[in-house]
Design a protein around this ligand. Structure first.
Ligand code: TYD
Ligand code: MG
Length: 452
């Protein structure tokens, strides 16, 4: 084998070094120097039998570009298809990130078991037996799914050449190892090199590749940011490990929108697609309890009814506690300040706890009004009517602000049998003859009149 040439570059300023060192002399940044391959041997990573003829790209008029030749692979998983924008694009590289134990391996194994195509599931993390045990829980009757436990990319490509799979899944990119780089698996240089090799393979053979990636403590995909630039699609699998719901989002998608969202429920037999999220997220209670309010939110393009719970109690210690689960704590403080100033509530000496049920996190500002209503309800210890719901943003001066796609929210609330929805007076609503009462309000004071 001809010699592989590598050298070290600073990822921050690009300075080149003959060997590794901790600090870059040029820009003085620490831990930015990374090994990179600059020359590879002749027979390198992936070499397809047909790639000897080099194709030269020619410019095409945009209207002459034919899209119909790019059929997408159906994954037979409605939620996964939706997030990808209608299925997997041939030759694309998709990265699935998520915290440990959230269910990434389960999701991709489950998809491989549903696919009617020849699938190669490469695992560097678990043994074939372990994967088989997991597969038994999901759906063991599949003749097209092959499991390979290997971490060296050169060996993986050898197996791929022999098997010729229609789709390749790699669990995980951090365990892969290429011969051309000396540093250990999971290092920036290894991740970069292995991804480059996989991209080359995917593009040359039009085989889609799905990669699993780990997440660091601060929520980023472990490895260089450049990994996210290299792949076509970045999906994030999130949720609270102690809850059953998992949300799949696209952070980047070269072939579709990033607005779509998939919801799954973790069960003993794998992940179940949740097609009617609103109904599962709202707990069915006979009694009316104080501190509960329902928000009509939108996650991406999908309406989602979410239950907000608040608890307001007298502060035992000097400084009152404010804590929020699934909701931005700064925003909670802002809403409390607005309530204090505009509605005359003395919440300064009270502890306030806020929780979004189901273990999901919401950033839709339309949840504000439900948060305010839940706090007011708990503070007064009077329950809101069970069939009320809310969709509006609250501004700093206590004004109730309009939210986007309000009609979609109203229709979802109507479908689920709510009697009244509170929205901003400034929302333009052209819906006629709805079964649900649309209560328009403009100030936070108006809301108090209705609720208490
Ligand atoms: P896993 O896919 O291993 O997570 P990741 O690859 O993201 O680290 O899933 C881990 C959890 O999922 C594990 O704690 C057990 C749970 N699980 C179920 O509840 N039901 C199942 O059918 C399977 C396969 C896993
Ligand atoms: Mg795993």
């Amino acid at each position: 084998m001809a010699k592989v040439k590598t050298t070290f570059f600073c990822q921050n300023c690009g300075a080149q070094y003959a060997k590794w060192q901790g600090q870059c002399n040029a820009c003085k940044e620490w831990n930015t120097i990374v090994e990179e391959v600059i020359q590879k041997p002749e027979k390198s990573d992936w070499k397809s039998p047909t790639s000897t003829v080099k194709k030269i790209a020619v410019p095409l008029r945009i209207k002459d570009i034919d899209l119909s030749k790019e059929p997408r692979l159906n994954t037979f998983d409605g939620e996964f298809n939706r997030v990808l924008g209608g299925g997997i694009v041939p030759g694309s590289l998709t990265l699935l990130g998520g915290e440990p134990g959230i269910g990434k391996s389960t999701l991709l194994l489950q998809i491989s078991l549903k696919l009617p195509y020849k699938t190669l599931y490469v695992s560097g993390e678990e043994s074939q037996k372990q994967i088989k045990m997991r597969a038994e829980r999901i759906n063991p009757n599949n003749n097209h799914c092959y499991i390979l436990t290997e971490t060296k990319t050169q060996n993986i490509f050898k197996q791929i050449e022999a098997l010729e799979p229609d789709i390749v899944i790699v669990d995980s990119i951090q365990t892969l190892h290429s011969d051309y780089i000396e540093s250990s698996s999971g290092s920036i240089s290894q991740i970069k090199e292995c991804t480059t090799e996989l991209i080359k393979f995917a593009k040359e053979t039009a085989t889609p590749v799905l990669l699993i990636g780990h997440i660091t403590k601060d929520g980023h995909i472990a490895g260089p940011k450049i990994l996210e630039h290299m792949v076509d699609t970045v999906l994030q699998f999130e949720g609270d490990r102690n809850h059953v719901f998992r949300i799949l989002r696209a952070h980047k998608n070269r072939f579709g929108s990033t607005n779509e969202l998939g919801i799954y429920e973790m069960q003993g037999s794998g992940l179940r697609e949740v097609t009617n999220p609103s109904e599962v997220l709202i707990s069915k209670k006979d009694e009316e309890l104080s501190g509960n309010a329902i928000a009509a939110t939108l996650e991406g393009m999908r309406p989602l009814m979410i239950e907000v719970q608040a608890l307001v109690s007298t502060a035992v210690y000097g400084t009152p506690q404010r804590s929020a689960t699934g909701f931005n704590a700064k925003r909670l403080n802002m809403l409390l300040a607005v309530l204090e100033k505009r509605a005359g509530f003395r919440l300064g000496a009270k502890d306030v706890f806020l929780n979004i049920t189901g273990g999901i996190t919401v950033d839709d500002p339309a949840i504000d009004l439900a948060v305010v209503a839940a706090i007011l309800s708990s503070n007064e210890d009077t329950a809101l009517q069970k069939d009320f719901c809310f969709a509006a943003e609250v501004g700093l001066s206590g004004e109730i602000r309009p939210v986007h796609r309000v009609e979609q929210r109203i229709l979802e609330s109507e479908k689920l049998g709510f009697s009244t929805i509170f929205v901003s007076k400034y929302n333009k609503i052209s819906l006629k003859n709805t079964a649900i009462r649309i209560q328009l309000i403009s100030k936070i004071e108006d809301l108090i009149g209705f609720l208490i």
